[in-house]
Design a protein around this ligand. Sequence first.
Ligand code: AMP
Ligand code: ZN
Ligand code: ZN
Length: 433
Amino acid sequence: MRWTAPLALYAALLGPSLGACDPSAVPGDGVTPARLDDTAVAPNPYADDPYALADSTVVLVSLDGFRWDYLDRAETPTLDRLIAEGAHAAALVPAFPTKTFPNHYTLATGLWPENHGIVDNSFYAPDLHETFDMFDSRDNQDPRWWGGEPIWITAERQGVTAGTMFWVGSEVQWTHGISATYQVPYDGSIPFIERVERVLYWLDQPTDAPRLVTLYFNEPDHSGHSYGPDHAYVTDAIEQVDAVLAELVAGLEARGRLDTTDLVVVSDHGMTALSDERLIVVDDHLDLDRVWVHSWGPWMSIWPMEDSETDAIVAGLQGLPHTLCAARADLPPELHFSVGRRVAPVHCIADVGWTLTSADWGAGSFRGTHGYRPSDADMQGLFVARGPHLQPGARLPATDNVHVYSLLARLLEIRPAANDGELAPFGAALRPR
Ligand code: AMP
Ligand code: ZN
Ligand code: ZN
């Protein structure tokens, strides 16, 4: 884990009362999620910078499950315009596992899931002897699950008002008492256009309008699961989210704010097609009475009932076709999924498009899914950004989403908290100063 130079400066400015000075609070120990529990407000490091655009706004939009290449198969005039006038990465590479909760929280914190602690949409945590459930609002509010410092807390700490029109982790009731000034608890039934209207309403506030806004849409993920990524209904969903983005852009333009807004559009992961002919039945390789399997489908996380059985379980799984099975310490290092206490001791990851299942279950109801390796092209997402800090026409290679937090801090001209990412991978997206 790096200790970034700016953070060291930040800590030096504020002295030992800052939680970030406590080495036990630094992310990367992979044991318990990192947490910064102080209430210190940092000075704005850009206060005397003549090039600072401190009155600009950042709007971070997530289009859940928008695969990087969806741009080529539907009419997306709004995204096309943002790309033409802004920066575009060939793909945004998610963190493992390529699921919604781990990745939205990696985007928000700049931490790998093993370090922020949200290692799946639902998972067992031996540090708490409890199971996290993405659909349980108590878990979404309980800070014991959530490590690191999401960007809206980094912002509010430094005097930048934030509003979250949904984001994974935005409902946490932090013990330090800081939260986004404007916040809406997750309700997937709120129509997309109302989400945009709510954001525009916040921006219209005469005092204390947010300078950081998050905005989340649960499409085209939902249609991708139901129909598979190649279905015409997914094309419709892509066009639906593009149309709602058009409303956001039009609303900003009508207020004369488009050119002072850094609009960053991302997705958390992609989507791949499933088939009943690509099932991997594990029963002959794994005694399901001796383990607790948490996740199925693209990836199995396996907790042996006895630690001493781990090696034998891994050995028994080696013959599984189309699958990588390993103890967590032996997973490929690029997965960054080996050390966290909430990371299960044994994992099997299927080749993209294959389904790990048991004889009792067979194929599931999904026609499409995600959760496979981040290096599988179908798992990769979207990055488009346009605004005063961003270089028109900038083209970036596929870039890890762990670096987005650093970019957001730069766009807001605030000091990032300690994290696993860095600004350099997005350097080419920035307008030269
Ligand atoms: P996944 O199963 O990984 O495809 O997760 C996608 C689903 O996550 C969405 O359809 C929503 O139901 C759910 N979701 C997304 N954001 C939130 C949130 N902030 N709070 C609760 N659930 C969410
Ligand atoms: Zn998702
Ligand atoms: Zn999904």
